[in-house]
Design a protein. Structure first.
Length: 472
């Protein structure tokens, strides 16, 4: 290798400088702190008391490094290995730690403040959950045993969200505990009801992320493979709904295999993911598929499939198969701020039709959706705003779809042994895509459990006489 004159001058300057100061030597070498430290092997380096503000250590190996009393304000530690790093008395205001491995890292002193995602700052000596959230976690744990389906749905959603919050706070072990409890609940739910299998797969991906964050990549691989098995089965029955989720999980698998040194397997999984993404040209993920660790994300889903429920009471239509969807809803409890339901008013929110991706005021719109009921896809269920003699001033969901084998959903409901199976029930819809939902039906006796389990409870209309709806 031939050295340039510039290279020789840099080497001579370094040799002449009688110091082992890492930062000074880096400055002499002309290294750019915003670019040239990415992915470096800095294992065990002593950076005590150094000014590292704005440095980009993305993907670097900083394990066992000494960063005590250093200035890491606005530094980037994304995906870096910070195992057993000493951060005591370091200032970390605005420091980004997305997917950073912090197992065994120590934080002491009162100047800890880091950013764990692009939008949210976390501050304090060691960011703690509020007493109310700590109490909620305790109550969730105590209520796990023998809970009815409605509360178990709420419980799992709470645990998944709690796992994400704990992970964002750097409390990786506690995040893992919450994710494991969520998985336990959904395994039980999915054993009885096919409709919960997508949530089970989501929860397995959540668990895989928590395990990967702690460096338990073999266990994370097992969880991802379990999620993959579920998504393969779901995609085989409903390719439009689940092939994108299958591709995301394959991409997660590729990431883990790459990290474990299994390059051929990683490449195979990434190629399969890319083939699926290419079949969905509007997908944002298509261009992001890569097995390079700096570009591939691990499992990142947290309770991503929202669920809404409706009290049915009498229902309408000849087969009692028409569900009213309000334009506006009276709020019983909960806060719709930062949700699509937010109307900017304390007492009212947008109505149930919003859950299905429709603008309540766009009354000239009609949308057909697919409902998966008891493992069968029924296409052609119509959401519309009726006019003329049949108008009642509200949107309607006509549950009237037909399967690919020409079986009507109304016949499937009638086969349940009741003349009007949907009357006096609670119906849940779990969104997979804007035009694809899992539908489950519960007895009216579960209504109180659904009410108690809802983060937002409202009326399916603007009066207190209207039927209830809730978001879990």
């Amino acid at each position: 290798m031939r050295l340039t004159d510039r290279d020789r001058k840099i080497i001579e300057s370094i040799l002449e400088e009688k110091t082992d100061d890492f930062i000074l030597l880096a400055q002499i070498a002309g290294l750019d702190p915003k670019r040239d430290f990415r992915g470096l092997n800095l294992r065990g380096v002593d950076l005590h008391g150094k000014d590292l503000a704005g440095f980009d250590f993305s993907d670097a190996d900083l394990s066992f490094a000494r960063l005590s009393s250093s200035n890491l304000n606005n530094a980037i530690l994304d995906r870096a290995d910070c195992t057993n790093v000493d951060f005591s008395e370091a200032t970390l205001s605005g420091c980004s730690t997305k997917e950073t491995i912090l197992k065994g890292a120590t934080f002491h002193g009162d100047r800890f403040s880091m950013t764990t995602n692009a939008d949210k700052g976390l501050s304090g000596e060691r960011e703690e959950l509020s007493p109310s959230l700590e109490k909620a976690l305790s109550e969730l744990r105590q209520s796990a045993e023998a809970a009815p389906d409605a509360f178990r749905l709420k419980l799992e959603g709470g645990l998944n969200n709690l796992a994400k919050r704990l992970s964002d706070l750097g409390r990786k072990d506690e995040a893992l505990t919450a994710a494991q409890k969520a998985l336990e609940i959904y395994r039980a739910l999915a054993a009885d009801r096919h409709a919960f299998r997508p949530k089970l797969a989501t929860t397995l991906n959540n668990l895989a992320k928590c395990l990967s964050d702690l460096g338990h990549r073999y266990d994370a691989l097992t969880a991802t493979q379990d999620a993959l098995e579920i998504y393969r089965a779901l995609a085989a029955d409903s390719p439009y709904a689940f092939r994108p989720k299958l591709a995301t999980t394959l991409n997660n698998l590729a990431f883990l295999l790459y990290k474990l040194g299994r390059r051929y397997g990683a490449l195979t999984a990434a190629q399969e993911a890319l083939e699926i993404y290419r079949a969905f040209p509007t997908s944002k993920e298509t261009a992001a598929v890569s097995i390079a660790p700096a570009r591939t994300t691990a499992a990142q889903t947290y309770d991503e499939d929202p669920t809404i429920w409706f009290e049915t009471k009498r229902m309408t239509g000849g087969s009692r198969n028409i569900l009213d969807l309000s334009m506006k809803s009276l709020i019983e409890h909960g806060d719709p701020v930062d949700t699509p339901f937010d109307l900017g008013r304390s007492s009212f929110m947008r109505g149930g039709v919003v859950f299905f991706g429709l603008n309540p005021k766009a009354t000239d719109t009609t949308q057909n959706i697919t409902l998966n009921f008891e493992e069968v896809d029924y296409i052609g269920n119509t959401i519309l705003f009726p006019v003329g003699d049949k108008a009642n001033g509200t949107w309607r969901l006509q549950i009237k779809g037909t399967s690919y084998s020409n079986k009507k959903i109304t016949d499937a409901l009638r086969a349940k042994g009741e003349e009007y199976y949907l009357v006096k029930k609670v119906i849940t819809f779990t969104k997979i895509r804007d035009d694809y939902y899992f539908m489950s039906v519960f007895p009216e006796t579960e209504l109180e459990n659904f009410k108690a389990s809802s983060r937002i409870l409202a009326r399916n209309g603007i009066t207190r006489n209207a039927k209830l709806l809730g978001l879990l």
